[in-house]
Write a protein of this length. Structure first.
Length: 211
């Protein structure tokens, strides 16, 4: 029996695909902020996210993000497993990806030096509000909305819109960013509603180095 018993009707991806990617797997910590997105707690203490809410919020986030000029969208990941999903999202959407160290002042200081130039975004997407704290703080300071992937242990202060998911897993990050990319392109009219995108979740998935 699956973790979450629900029909696949109206989901962006089949339920078994969400579960196979581990999008529902939380941590052993549940913050008050994330309580509305928790489905249950396993006997071993691990919290399980409700991926129906993940799906619903990917749709809502895509509709919201479609209102912005892609060049004014900033997407950030300080996590290694977030690098490829974020860069692939940015490639297809036309957004600005930041996957190296986020240089303080990137969003707030026009005189910033270094390879990364100062940028004035209209919206910021974070892979993890904790890891991407610098970008979160700067977005809050300049007053732009923040969309963030949040796990059960995240605090969502200064996050305007939460997408609940396992934001640590290689496969879960790939699937969520794949779905968000495809849905955003649909909302913009760049991908017909019933058409399959030219890319797959595997294109968003980081390669594991084998030694």
């Amino acid at each position: 029996m699956s973790e979450i018993e629900v029909a696949d009707l109206d989901l962006l991806a089949p339920m078994d695909k969400y579960l196979a990617a581990g999008c529902h797997i939380g941590t052993q910590v549940k913050t008050q902020d994330m309580e509305p997105f928790v489905y249950r707690q396993r006997p071993i203490g691990l919290y399980v996210l409700d991926v129906r809410k993940t799906d619903e919020r990917i749709r809502t986030a895509a509709k919201f993000l479609a209102r912005f000029d892609p060049s004014k969208i900033v997407i950030v990941s300080g996590r290694v497993y977030g690098r490829r999903p974020v860069e692939t999202f940015a490639y297809y959407v036309g957004a600005n990806a930041f996957t190296d160290r986020f240089v303080p002042g990137t969003l707030t200081n026009p005189n910033i030096a270094g390879p990364r130039q100062y940028i004035e975004p209209d919206v910021v997407i974070l892979t993890d509000p904790r890891t991407d704290q610098q970008a979160l703080s700067e977005a809050a300071r300049i007053g732009v909305p923040v969309v963030a992937l949040c796990d059960t242990d995240n605090v969502t202060t200064n996050v305007d819109f939460v997408i609940p998911t396992n934001n640590r897993g290689r496969k879960s990050l790939a699937l969520v960013y794949f779905l968000l990319t495809a849905q955003l392109l649909r909302e913009r009219g760049d991908l017909p509603e019933e058409a399959e995108p030219a890319f797959s979740p595997e294109d968003f998935e980081p390669q594991v180095q084998r030694f």
